[in-house]
Design a protein around this ligand. Structure first.
Ligand code: PEP
Ligand code: MG
Length: 577
């Protein structure tokens, strides 16, 4: 990608772009400023281009370029610090990957010129990541960035980046952004991010959230926005308004300020307006997410996605490494709950160190989650053992749960495995419709439920969560999904056991009220979502939440369910919802 600036930041006519674009809001709040576009690609080095015959010298050039790229990423990371340093450090490791260097070297030995060899070698890795989809798929932008930087160095092309200072904060618009582009930016320079590609787990989303800058990703047509055009971005709704009038900008600013004031006024444990406690917990992928969770006032952890610790690993993590990672999280919440999910491998979360189940026509319906866990008893024993040792020495209440449980037999097997390992609180995720429908049988076997609405929606609507063409069906507001949640919550309540929600539905402040109205006992979400959910609950009574749930479940469509719930929750307006 050629990161040369394309023109000035003077406002221009932008008739070619419609006035409203929409994407996925991944970092809340609104941002306004002139668009700064990062566009243009590093040209693909010509196919068949050959070096002059001195393969060792050409190999040296390629190695030097990759090493320079890695060193530059590390130095940017060191200057930026914090989360950016970790992200750029990981990207530098990709640039230094020995496997990649071998591929590049082999191509050069066959006579291929260094820039083309880099392009082709990266292409193979790119295809692998892309095919993996999910979190790994979203690392493709990082890989492309390394490739383009190395090719630019080898071909002597300019590689200027995004400005790190500005008189007026700009809205950074790009096809996708690499961590190296965003690491040195701050709130004073960037009013908002808008990218054409990327999802909620892309680095643009992760870094935008950690910077507290509004962001919209997956915004079709974003790169048609003219350089310098005035843009108003709503990082909650995903709306990107071009050339807004003054009133719109003022209204957005006022709403933002009002919301910030309201959010900072509501603190402490989650509770409804009439004092019914609903613990608000954080979803984390590892100890690095703890600071944000604690800063947002999380009362504990409701979903520790342990597979995120090991996504990029070629070898199984050692018992000691695991114990340390679990202990760090337990120790952050003395007296609080920490719900750890055992490895959820397969489908959208392939783990490099586990042999793949082979070609599956429908990976989401294949060997994943608890099915995969059972197939590798050694891996299971190491994880449960490490969890038991970490839990033994802490003041946190450790709860362990399994993903993708479909049957009573699986639930009983998991509970027994946990008890054998010395772990007392064993639960299961409700992500498969069969588990929700027969929740009264499954709850007999375990201590708690946690509903994974992302997968539960995917399976209820038969719409693969990785296929964008069916994304419209992936809506947890669908009354069929609400009914399944209602069944699980009812069964747990009747048995006197807890039933949390840890899927994305819990992060939707309106749906959060509906969930509480259906009997859900705790809500877990990524840290940035906590303040708004806390405020929405604090403004409504449990009875209003129940009415909202009844209204939503009586509807016949997701839109109808939303509208019915809103009608029963009169204080949403004060939160600009
Ligand atoms: C879910 O499916 O809702 C869930 C929380 O798990 P994941 O998104 O990690 O599959
Ligand atoms: Mg899931």
């Amino acid at each position: 990608m050629d990161r040369r600036e394309t023109g000035s930041t003077t406002p221009e006519s932008q008739e070619q772009a419609p006035r409203l674009l929409t994407g996925t809001g991944v970092s809340p709040g609104s941002g306004y400023g002139p668009a700064f576009l990062v566009v243009g690609d590093i040209p693909e080095p010509a196919a068949g281009s050959r070096h002059d015959g001195d393969a060792p010298a050409e190999r040296g050039r390629a190695e030097q370029a990759l090493d320079d790229v890695a060193a530059d990423l590390e130095s940017r990371g060191a200057r930026a610090g914090g989360e950016a340093e970790e992200v750029l450090g990981a990207q530098a490791m990709m640039a230094r990957d020995p496997g990649l260097a071998v591929e590049v070297g082999q191509l050069i030995d066959q006579g291929v010129a260094a820039p083309r060899a880099v392009f082709e070698a990266f292409g193979k890795y790119r295809d692998l990541l892309s095919a993996a989809g999910g979190y790994l798929g979203e690392r493709v932008a990082d890989l492309d960035d390394i490739r383009d930087r190395a090719i630019a160095l080898l071909a002597g092309l300019p590689m200027s980046g995004v400005p790190t200072s500005a008189a007026v904060p700009f809205v950074l618009v790009a096809k996708d952004l690499a961590p190296a582009d965003t690491a040195l930016l701050s709130k004073d320079v960037v009013a908002a991010f808008v990218t054409e590609q990327g999802g909620p787990t892309s680095h643009t989303a992760i870094l935008a959230r950690s910077m507290g800058v509004p962001a919209v990703v997956g915004c079709a047509g974003a790169t048609t926005i003219a350089q310098g055009a005035a843009v108003l971005v709503d990082g909650s709704s995903g709306r990107v308004r071009l050339s807004p009038d003054e009133d719109e900008v003022t209204a957005a600013r006022n709403a933002d300020e009002a919301r910030r004031a309201v959010l900072s006024a509501v603190t402490g444990p989650g509770t409804t307006a009439d004092g019914h406690a609903v613990p608000l917990l954080a979803n984390i992928g590892g100890p690095r997410d703890l600071d944000a969770a604690l800063a947002a006032g999380a009362e504990g952890v409701g979903l520790y996605r342990t597979e995120f610790l090991f996504l990029d690993r070629e070898t199984a993590p050692t018992p000691e490494e695991q114990e340390a990672a679990y202990r760090a999280v337990f120790d952050a919440f003395p007296g609080g709950r920490v719900v750890v999910r055992t490895l959820d491998a397969g489908a959208d979360k392939p783990l490099a160190f586990l042999p793949s189940p082979g070609e599956e026509p429908n990976p989401a319906l294949g060997e994943r989650g608890i099915r995969m866990f059972r197939r590798y008893p050694d891996i299971m024993a190491v994880q449960l053992g490490a969890l038991a040792r970490a839990a033994a020495g802490t003041a946190a209440k450790a709860e362990i749960m399994a993903p993708m449980v479909a049957t009573v037999e699986e639930a009983a097997w998991f509970a027994e495995a946990c008890r054998t390992a010395g772990l007392e609180n064993a639960g299961i995720m409700i992500e498969v419709p069969s588990a929700a429908i027969r929740a009264t049988d499954l709850i007999e076997e375990v201590d708690f439920f946690s509903i994974g609405t992302n997968d539960l929606t995917q399976y209820a609507l038969a719409a693969d969560r990785q296929v964008s063409e069916v994304a419209a069906l992936q809506d947890p507001w669908h009354p069929a999904v609400l009914d399944l949640i209602g069944m699980a919550a009812f069964a747990a309540t009747a048995a006197g056991k807890g039933c949390g929600v840890c899927g994305e539905a819990a992060a939707d402040p309106i749906l959060a009220c509906v969930l509480v109205g259906m009997g859900v006992t705790s809500l877990s979400m990524s840290a940035p979502a906590l303040p708004l959910v806390r405020a929405a609950l604090a403004r409504h009574t449990r009875e209003q939440c129940r009415s909202a749930a009844v209204g939503a479940r009586s509807a016949t469509s997701p839109a109808g369910a939303r509208a019915a719930a809103r009608a029963e929750l009169p204080e949403l307006g004060s939160l600009a919802l």
